[in-house]
Design a protein around this ligand. Structure first.
Ligand code: DAH
Length: 343
């Protein structure tokens, strides 16, 4: 035992360790539960009574020296920039990752849908790649009708053949699919992406989003439509909002109207956003043309209804004063971050 104590003393004195890990390993090897010095203390119990005093003193010296040496090495390592603490503090709060924000077009589309859901409308979606029947023909655009020019179309198949396939130019085609498949009465909004062959500018894009609305039942009147749109406008732009309707033309509605809301910036007094008029255009609407009801097999003598369609980007532009439509498609983080608070 004597030799072992002496050998360990010499070893401890000459310990030259650098890294925190080496020092910790040495501490475990010498002073840990199964360490060499700890083992000597166990053996010490069996030492003869008359030698106990001598060995006891030596052992205690060894232990104190080893502990002091380890401490000394640790401080030296720490001073040299090597922390002896475990490198990960498991109790520290986690790293926070920057949260993305929802896109303003999504926020606006969801807000429109939320409002109409509250009024009892269902939500329906239809295909983006559609046929001529649903986009034009069933909506009372006869072949060669000049109203088709209102929406410059991307064709997928040859447009000289019967019922060509195309990218939908408006979400009004989803109202046709709803009339074909849903049980009456129908109360539905249809959000979706639409495509038009337009030159890209601050006010036009070849891809944008619309929400279509359709209400069909017995005795639905123009007054019902006006009320639904007024309530929507007030939810969207604030309780003071006024609406006005201007006569318009769409092949699928008769009569048709365009709806303006009082400018939410100048409260109708006239500013540069509303170009001094006090009004901002938000959507097109009208009473569903009897031809449209009949094309989908609905008895137009028994049922009537109204439809409306709005551009999501346009509503978002008015709500948040976005001046250039191209902002929505360029993914500039400085623009997108402005909508973080709307998550
Ligand atoms: N589909 C029309 C467009 O894209 C918008 C529209 C106008 C939809 C009147 C309607 C409506 O349902 O009644 O310009």
């Amino acid at each position: 035992m004597k030799e072992r104590i002496e050998a360990l003393l010499a070893e401890v004195e000459n310990l030259k360790l650098r890294t925190a890990q080496e020092i910790e390993d040495a501490r475990v090897r010498l002073l840990g539960k199964k360490g060499e010095i700890t083992a000597l203390f166990d053996e010490f119990r069996n030492v003869d009574k008359d030698r106990k005093r001598e060995f006891g003193q030596q052992l205690n010296r060894l232990k104190t020296l080893a502990a002091a040496k380890i401490e000394e090495l640790k401080s030296a390592a720490e001073a040299a920039g090597q922390s002896s603490a475990p490198s990960e503090d498991l109790s520290a709060p986690g790293d926070s990752y920057p949260l993305g924000s929802r896109h303003p077009v999504s926020i606006c589309r969801e807000e429109i849908v939320r409002i109409f859901r509250k009024f009892g409308y269902d939500v329906a979606e239809g295909p983006e790649v559609e046929d001529d029947w649903h986009v034009f023909e069933a909506l009372n655009f006869p072949p060669e009708h000049p109203a088709r020019e209102m929406q410059d179309t991307f064709f997928v198949t040859d447009n000289s053949q019967k019922n060509p396939v195309l990218l939908r130019t408006h979400t009004s085609c989803v109202q046709v699919r709803c009339m074909e498949t849903m049980k009456l009465p129908i109360r539905v909004v249809c959000p979706g992406r639409v495509f038009r062959n337009e030159a890209i500018s601050a006010r036009a894009h070849c891809i944008f989003h619309q929400v279509e609305g359709l209400y069909i039942d017995e005795n639905v009147t123009f007054a019902d439509m006006k009320q639904a749109i007024l309530l929507f406008a007030r939810e969207m732009f604030g309780p003071e909002t006024q609406i006005r309707m201007r006569p318009s033309y769409f092949p699928f509605t008769e009569p048709s109207a365009e709806v303006d809301v009082s400018c939410n910036i100048c409260k109708g007094k006239g500013c540069n956003v509303c170009k001094g008029t006090g009004w901002l255009e938000i959507l097109g609407c009208g009473m569903v043309d009897p031809n449209v009801l009949e094309a989908s097999g609905i008895d137009s003598r028994k049922y009537s209804g109204f439809a409306f369609g709005m551009g999501v980007e346009r509503i978002a532009m008015l709500k948040w004063q976005v001046k250039d439509l191209r902002n929505y498609f360029e993914n500039d983080l400085r623009f997108l971050k402005e909508f973080e608070s709307n998550i």
